[in-house]
Design a protein around this ligand. Structure first.
Ligand code: ZN
Length: 145
């Protein structure tokens, strides 16, 4: 879980509270806050996302969102795959969940972006939405966090 940040309009900087102390982040843009906090708290995950972005620059937003969902513990994985179901991801708003299936090696997601082919393709031609990215991070770090 990443700390909740708030923008301090007087300082024009983002802040969060850690152990009752207010921490102020260096000056940065809004979309730099999440990568900064992930680097601070989960450097290995940060490295993995950066490598993913190097190989797939068009997937930057999807990969950071997936990393956030993973850190927010939105990923559920059945102990054994059931009818190809390998994961369920709670939606960002928490009012729904999406199924990720492995259909003979073809990974699908039941979300709108994936089904309507709006999720980006990787350089290897795999379609990856933020939910599939979150599951990928969860599988990779399963015993380390
Ligand atoms: Zn999805």
């Amino acid at each position: 879980m990443l700390p909740d940040t708030k923008y301090n309009r007087t300082l024009k900087q983002y802040q969060y509270t850690k152990n009752g102390e207010v921490e102020t982040l260096p000056s940065m843009k809004r979309d730099e806050v999440i990568p900064y906090l992930i680097r601070l708290t989960h450097p290995e995950l940060h490295e993995m996302v950066k490598r993913g972005i190097e190989n797939n620059p068009h997937m930057e937003a999807t990969l950071w969102r997936g990393a956030m969902m993973f850190l927010d513990e939105k990923v559920y994985r059945p102990t054994l795959p059931i009818n190809g179901l390998i994961g369920q991801i709670e939606s960002s708003k928490g009012d729904n969940s999406y199924d990720i299936d492995n259909d003979n090696g073809y990974i699908t997601c039941s979300c709108y972006h994936w089904k309507n082919m709006q999720a980006p393709l990787t350089s290897q031609g795999r379609r990856v939405c933020k939910h599939i990215a979150a599951l990928t991070f969860d599988l990779h770090f399963e015993e380390r966090f």
